[in-house]
Design a protein around this ligand. Structure first.
Ligand code: HEM
Ligand SMILES: *[C@@H]1O[C@H](CO)[C@@H](O)[C@H](O)[C@H]1NC(C)=O
Ligand SMILES: *[C@@H]1O[C@H](CO)[C@@H](O)[C@H](O)[C@H]1NC(C)=O
Ligand SMILES: CC(=O)N[C@H]1CO[C@H](CO)[C@@H](O)[C@@H]1O
Length: 319
């Protein structure tokens, strides 16, 4: 009898993710024990070919979570009859889709219809951050994939917004101002295309001059970067561009932020104190970034029986 009860509670514990319908650490330990390893292996292989995938995945995760929650709605391809989130303006340059597709292909081979695309984005992002030199954090899983992807719902903050105004978008997702400042530290890796900041380089707000808050050597450098190629871009962190470190905060304190919002973090009264702490304390940045990512990964998630587990991340199962 007691043995039976112990067995029963053990079974309940195993099944608890389904019973309580919430995210949990290692959600796939029974349904797909190697899930996290499989994702990690794909990310390792891709990172070895191109270490800038960390930036692509981080931005994908952010855009996914801020539109309808972390439900992989960003991955849905448009069809001839229906356009998806991918076709909305800010999506434009989101990258890394093929990494998610490859992980999905291997996961479907190992354990069909078990691991959600939303969890693949979350895990792949976590793994790529660690490979780039950032924290290696534990992140709960159990997300389900959404059934809607609508370009009209894409309402992300823009790079020309003030800190206060951008914070409204984060507040709406129950994220704090400090968490926003910490998450923007993701701009320690990756690129910005010139269209997102070229208004700062000349005739800023009709003054006939560059943005006075940008270091003049940087104005010259970015003007050069933006004069070459067909779709010019430059690094968001102009010093340690591919390394996930706290150098971003040091750069903006030197007036070397590329995006206006990044630069404003260093001067706005609500964020400058934290920026100064993060600039001098890499460990604090690492720790705070990990917790803010875990929290972002919980935004409006679908769990239990909601949504579905897509067979292919670019299409709804019903398609
Ligand atoms: C106020 C909030 C934010 C604004 C206005 C913003 C804006 C931008 C813009 C305009 C770009 C350049 C995109 C391009 O030219 O391709 C960019 C890139 C990027 N953003 Fe943000 N961002 C914000 C928050 C975040 C957050 C929360 C994360 C992740 C935690 C993030 C991660 C990235 C990364 C890694 C890149 C580089 C992408 C690449 O190299 O492909 N951003 N962001
Ligand atoms: C670049 O980053 C390194 C490491 O944080 C720092 O020592 C150096 O002063 C930085 N250089 C510039 C030009 O900001
Ligand atoms: C979605 O589109 C991408 C590229 O446009 C393609 O590689 C992928 O196979 C598509 N996925 C589906 C499920 O149609
Ligand atoms: C990958 C993708 O679908 N990109 C689209 C992003 O949005 C722009 C502008 O709406 C489209 O032109 C792109 O095709």
């Amino acid at each position: 009898m007691t043995k039976m009860m112990i067995l029963m509670s053990f079974l309940l514990l195993l099944l608890s993710p389904c019973v309580f319908a919430q995210l949990s650490i290692n959600f796939y330990r029974v349904s797909c024990p190697n899930a996290e390893q499989i994702v990690k292996q794909v990310v390792r292989e891709e990172f070895a070919k191109d270490s800038s995938i960390t930036a692509g995945l981080l931005r994908m995760h952010f855009h996914d979570c801020f539109v309808r929650g972390c439900d992989a709605s960003i991955l849905i391809n448009s069809t001839s009859s229906k356009s998806s989130e991918k076709t909305a303006g800010p999506n434009l340059t989101v990258r890394g889709y093929e990494i998610i597709d490859e992980a999905k292909r291997r996961l479907e081979a190992a354990c069909p219809s078990k691991v959600s695309c939303a969890d693949i984005i979350t895990l792949a992002t976590r793994d790529s951050v660690a490979l780039a030199g950032g924290p290696n954090y534990v992140v709960p899983t159990g997300r389900r994939d959404g059934l809607v992807s609508n370009p009209n719902e894409v309402n992300l903050p823009g790079p020309g917004q003030s800190v206060t105004s951008a914070f409204q978008s984060f507040k709406a997702k129950k994220m704090t101002l400090n968490e926003m400042v910490v998450l923007l530290g993701a701009h320690t890796v990756g690129f910005a295309h010139c269209g997102f900041f070229s208004n700062r380089l000349s005739n800023f707000q009709g003054t006939g001059k560059p943005d006075p808050t940008m270091d003049s050597a940087l104005v010259t450098k970015l003007t050069q970067d933006c004069a070459s190629g067909s779709n010019p871009k430059t690094f968001l962190d102009q010093n340690t561009s591919n390394v996930f470190d706290n150098e971003f905060y040091r750069q903006i304190r030197l007036n070397r932020g590329v995006l206006k919002i990044d630069q404003e973090l260093a001067s706005d009264a609500t964020s400058s104190g934290l920026v100064s702490n993060l600039a001098s304390n890499p460990f604090q940045f690492s720790q705070s970034f990990a917790s803010a990512m875990v929290k972002m990964g919980r935004i409006e998630v679908l769990v239990g029986k909601a949504g579905e587990i897509r067979k292919s991340c670019g299409a709804f199962n019903s398609a």
